[in-house]
Ligand binder design. Structure first.
Ligand SMILES: [Zn+2]
Length: 88
């Protein structure tokens, strides 16, 4: 399991610099999180449970693709994560 640091604000442009951070996002269903994978892809985890300590279940799989040369390859990031600073 890895711990993601809370970013000070929503990133203007999620990039490698924002890798492995998260920000809280309020939706009509309550507060969830947007997380950035190790390859700099941002995604909402609305279909995951986040407990009071910030543990996210189930594990998070990135569904984005990365450019490698001229090829687009699926991002293979898949981790059990905890959101540092989660306040529920
Ligand atoms: Zn990714």
């Amino acid at each position: 399991m890895i711990t993601l640091e809370r970013a000070p604000k929503l990133w203007d442009t999620p990039e490698k610099d924002a890798a492995l951070t998260w920000v809280p996002i309020t939706t009509t269903d309550g507060v969830t999180a947007m997380v950035v994978c190790a390859n700099g892809h941002a995604g909402l985890i609305t279909d995951h449970e986040i407990d009071a300590a910030g543990h996210v279940t189930p594990s998070v799989v990135c569904t984005e693709t990365s450019s490698r040369g001229t090829q687009e390859e699926p991002c293979d990031w898949h981790e059990h994560i905890r959101l540092d600073g989660w306040e529920g």
